[in-house]
Design a protein around this ligand. Structure first.
Ligand code: RIB
Length: 303
C-alpha cells in the first residue's frame, strides 16, 4: 500500500519578483525572475515525498519540453511516475508575481491539466483504493475530482480536498463526502457565502462545513496558523513567527506535510502542528518547490 496518492495539477512556475505591479498600458522593470516546478498537486506530492512518504501522483504533463522536465523532476523527488501521462497540448504554466513583502499573485494556464478526465481516473481505481490518503485540489476538471471522491469512498480511503483555487461551480453538496476539507479563509468564504474576516467568523463558517458531513475542516490562516473544526472540537493551532521572503506554495507545503505526518500515524492535531512548522520554514526562502525541505533538513533546523 502506498502512503499517499495525489490527483492533481502540474505547472511550470514563472516567478517575477516585483517592486511594483504595472498599471494598464504601463511597463515596469522587475529586479529578478526564477523558473521552477509548481502546480498545487505536484507541490503537495513533492512536499510529502521529501519528508519520506511513498507518493503516487496522477497528473497529465504537456507534450513539450516543460512536460519532459516535469517528469525528470518527479523522478528526482522519488515520486512514483507510473500514473503520469503525457497529454496532447502544452504544459500548464503559472506566471507568479511576488511582492517585496513576500505575498504573491498567481495566474494559471491549465494546458494539459485539463486532460485529466474521469475516464483516465477510472484506469487508476486500484491505485486510489490502495492508498492511505488521497489528496485533491481544484486545478483539474471538477468532474474528475468528483470521480476520485466516488472511487475513494467506495474503497473507504479518506480524501483530503484542498479547494484551491476557489471555484463558483462548487456547492456544499459536492464536498460532503470528504474526510478533510482544507480551505484558506477566502476559499471558506466563497463556499459558505459567509464572512471570514476574523476568528469568530471563521469558526462559524467552518462549522457550516462540519454540518454538511465533512469530518474535519482545516482552515489555513497564514501567519495566524490553522483552525481545526470537527464534531468534537474547534481549535486554533498557532504557527511560529518567521521572516517572510516568499509565500508561494506555502499552503501546498502545509497540505503535503500534513498528509505525510498524518499517514505516518500522528494524530490530527500533532500533524497540524508539524505542518505549520514545515510550511513556515518554506516561506523563509524564495521559490515554490525550491523552498521545500527534506525530513533531515527539518530535523537539522529544529535542533
Ligand atoms: O499554490 C502555489 C501554486 O499555485 C504554484 O506552484 C502555481 O503553479 C499554482 O498552481
Amino acid at each position: 500500500m502506498e502512503d499517499i496518492t495525489v490527483v492533481g495539477s502540474n505547472m511550470i512556475d514563472m516567478q517575477v519578483f516585483v517592486k511594483k505591479m504595472p498599471l494598464d498600458g504601463e511597463t515596469v522593470e522587475a529586479p529578478d525572475f526564477s523558473l521552477g516546478y509548481g502546480g498545487k498537486g505536484s507541490n503537495q506530492a513533492v512536499a510529502a515525498s521529501r519528508l519520506g512518504s511513498d507518493v503516487n501522483l496522477i497528473t497529465v504533463v504537456g507534450n513539450d519540453d516543460f512536460g519532459k522536465q516535469q517528469l525528470k523532476n518527479y523522478k528526482k523527488n522519488n515520486i512514483n511516475t507510473k500514473y503520469i501521462s503525457i497529454g496532447n497540448t502544452i504544459s500548464g504554466v503559472a506566471p507568479i508575481f511576488v511582492k517585496e513583502n513576500g505575498e504573491n499573485s498567481i495566474i494559471i494556464v491549465k494546458g494539459a491539466n485539463n486532460e485529466l478526465t474521469p475516464k483516465k481516473i477510472r484506469e487508476y481505481k486500484r491505485i486510489i483504493g490502495n492508498s492511505k490518503l488521497v489528496i485533491l485540489q481544484q486545478e483539474i476538471p471538477l468532474e474528475t475530482n468528483n470521480e476520485v471522491i466516488k472511487i475513494a469512498n467506495y474503497f473507504e480511503v479518506p480524501v483530503l480536498l484542498n479547494p484551491a483555487p476557489a471555484s463558483d461551480e462548487i456547492s456544499l453538496n459536492n464536498i460532503s463526502r470528504v474526510q478533510f476539507y482544507a480551505p484558506n479563509e477566502t476559499e471558506l468564504a466563497r463556499i459558505t457565502n459567509l464572512p471570514t474576516s476574523n476568528i469568530d467568523e471563521i469558526k462559524i463558517a467552518a462549522q457550516k462545513i462540519v454540518d454538511v458531513g465533512v469530518d474535519n475542516v482545516i482552515v489555513t490562516m497564514g501567519g495566524k496558523g490553522a483552525l481545526l473544526a470537527n464534531k468534537n472540537t474547534v481549535k486554533i493551532i498557532p504557527s511560529q513567527k518567521v521572516n517572510v521572503v516568499d509565500t508561494t506554495g506555502a499552503g501546498d507545503a502545509f497540505i503535503g506535510s500534513f498528509a505525510h505526518y498524518y499517514t505516518q500515524g500522528q494524530d490530527i492535531e500533532t500533524a497540524l502542528r508539524n505542518a505549520n512548522i514545515y510550511a513556515s520554514l518554506t516561506i523563509m526562502k524564495r521559490g515554490t518547490q525550491k523552498s521545500y525541505l527534506t525530513s533531515n533538513e527539518v530535523a537539522a533546523l529544529q535542533k
